[in-house]
Design a protein around this ligand. Structure first.
Ligand SMILES: [Zn+2]
Length: 398
C-alpha cells in the first residue's frame, strides 16, 4: 500500500460493515457469503470491500488473495486438507477467526488487521531512529509519536494519529520492509486460523457445543498454542524456501531474503511486534490461567522457542544451517531489544518489556508454559477424531 495510509484508515473507520452490503452474485457464492456473514455475525459479519476507495480495496483484496494462495500452496502436498472460504470481517479490531457452517469452513480476517499492522510498521520505519540497519535511515525524519502505541482497536488508533502526519518511509528499502513486516504478521494470523481448521479445533469446539459443553480455559489455551506452533512452522517452511531459492526472490525484496539470519530477524520482529499490540499490564490469575488465550508474553516466548526448535531441526538435516543455530538465540534477543526500543520511541508509554520478561523469568509463567504444552496430551485423542493433519504440529520443548 502506498500513499495515503491515513485516508485509508479513515475510510475503514467510517465504513459500516455487515452483510447488508452483500451484492448480487450467483447462487452458490451468495450462499457462501451469507453463511460467512452468519458464522461471524457476532464479530461484525461480512465486510464488503466494494465500497472502499481503490488503493484500500486492492490492499484488502490482496490479503484475501494471499491467504488463498498460501492455502493452495499447502494443499499441493496435502490435497485432503479442507479449502476454507476466506473473507474479511467488519471488525475494527486486530484479529482473525475460523468457523464452520453446513460442512463448510470459513476464515475471517478482521478488516482492521492489516491497517493497524501497516500503520505500526510504517511509523517505525519512517523514523530515523528505528531499525537503522535497514536501508538508509538518514533519509527518514524524526519519529512521529502517538500517545499509546499498543492498541488493537483501529478507532483508538485513528484518535491517536495526527491528521497531518505522513508515516510512509522515504527510503524505498524501508518502505518495502514495512510491507514485508505487515505481510509476515498477517500471514501468521491467517495460518493460525487455518491450523484451527486443519487440526480439528473448529470441529472439536462445535462438537462440544452440540453436547452442551464448553471449552475450558486450559483446553482453549492449548488449542491457541497449537495453532501458533503451526503458523510458525508454515512461516519457517517459507523462510527456508525463500533462502534456498533466493535467486527467484524479486529484486526489491532481496535485502530481506538474502541472508537466513536477516529473514529470521524480520519474521520474528513482525510477530513479536504484532503480539506487543495486545500488551497486557501486569499478570494476575485471570490473564495467566482463566483467559481464553495464553498470556501475550507466553505466546511471544512460544514463537521464539519454536523458531529455535525449527532451526535446530533444519541444522540436523543440512549442515549449512549449523551456524544459524549458534546465532539464533542472539538474533531473537536482538528482536526483543529492538522491538521494545521501537515501541518506546513511537509512543509515550515508556519502555515496557514486562510481558516477555515475565514469560521467560517468572517461575509461575514458566510452569504454566510447560503445563499448556503438556496439556496437549489430554486433548489429543479428542482432536484426532476431527483432524485432517498428522499429529502434531506441536514440537517438543527443548
Ligand atoms: Zn486462535
Amino acid at each position: 500500500m502506498s500513499g495515503k495510509n491515513r485516508d485509508l484508515i479513515n475510510a475503514i473507520v467510517a465504513t459500516p460493515g455487515g452483510g447488508s452490503t452483500i451484492k448480487q452474485m450467483d447462487n452458490e457464492d451468495f450462499l457462501d457469503l451469507w453463511r460467512f456473514d452468519a458464522v461471524f455475525k457476532s464479530k461484525g459479519g461480512y465486510y464488503d470491500t466494494h465500497q472502499l476507495p481503490e488503493p484500500a480495496k486492492q490492499f484488502l483484496d490482496n490479503i484475501i488473495k494471499g491467504t488463498n494462495g498460501q492455502i493452495s500452496a499447502i494443499r499441493k502436498n496435502r490435497v485432503h486438507y479442507p479449502i476454507p472460504i476466506v473473507h474479511l470481517i467488519a471488525s475494527s479490531k486486530l484479529g482473525a477467526s475460523a468457523g464452520k457452517s453446513e460442512g463448510k469452513y470459513f476464515i475471517g480476517i478482521n478488516v482492521a488487521t492489516s491497517f493497524i499492522l501497516n500503520d505500526l510498521f510504517c511509523r517505525m520505519l519512517s523514523s530515523c531512529k528505528i531499525l537503522r540497519q535497514f536501508g538508509d535511515p538518514s533519509k527518514e525524519g524524526e519519529t512521529q509519536k502517538i500517545n499509546f502505541a499498543a492498541t488493537t482497536e483501529i478507532k483508538e488508533l485513528a484518535i491517536e494519529k495526527n491528521p497531518n502526519e505522513n508515516i510512509i518511509p522515504r527510503d524505498s528499502t524501508r518502505a518495502i520492509l514495512a510491507q514485508v513486516l505487515t505481510s509476515w504478521a498477517t500471514k501468521f494470523l491467517s495460518m493460525h486460523e487455518y491450523a484451527h481448521i486443519v487440526f480439528g479445533h473448529v470441529d472439536y469446539k462445535e462438537n462440544l457445543l452440540r453436547e452442551g459443553k464448553s471449552l475450558s480455559p486450559m483446553n482453549s489455551q492449548t488449542l491457541e498454542y497449537d495453532a501458533d506452533c503451526y503458523a510458525a512452522q508454515i512461516a519457517f517452511r517459507e523462510i527456508i524456501f525463500a533462502f534456498e531459492n533466493s535467486t527467484d526472490v524479486k529484486d526489491e525484496l532481496r535485502p530481506f531474503y538474502a541472508d537466513l539470519e536477516i529473514i529470521i530477524f524480520v519474521w520474528a520482529y513482525a510477530i513479536y511486534s504484532m503480539y506487543r499490540l495486545f500488551q497486557v499490564s501486569g499478570v494476575d490469575e485471570y490473564t495467566l490461567h482463566l483467559n481464553k488465550y495464553p498470556h501475550v508474553g507466553i505466546r511471544q516466548r512460544l514463537m521464539m522457542t519454536m523458531m529455535c526448535t525449527l532451526v535446530d531441526r533444519e541444522a540436523k538435516r543440512d549442515t549449512r544451517y549449523s551456524g544459524t543455530l549458534d546465532r539464533v538465540s542472539g538474533i531473537l534477543k536482538s528482536v526483543i531489544e529492538q522491538a521494545e526500543k521501537a515501541f518506546d520511541e513511537i509512543s509515550n508509554q515508556g519502555f515496557c518489556d514486562g510481558n516477555i520478561r515475565f514469560a521467560f523469568f517468572s517461575p509461575k509463567a514458566d510452569s504454566h508454559f510447560k503445563a499448556i504444552h503438556n496439556h496437549f496430551d489430554n486433548v489429543r485423542s479428542e482432536l484426532e477424531k476431527f483432524s485432517y493433519g498428522t499429529f502434531s504440529p506441536f514440537t517438543p520443548l527443548r
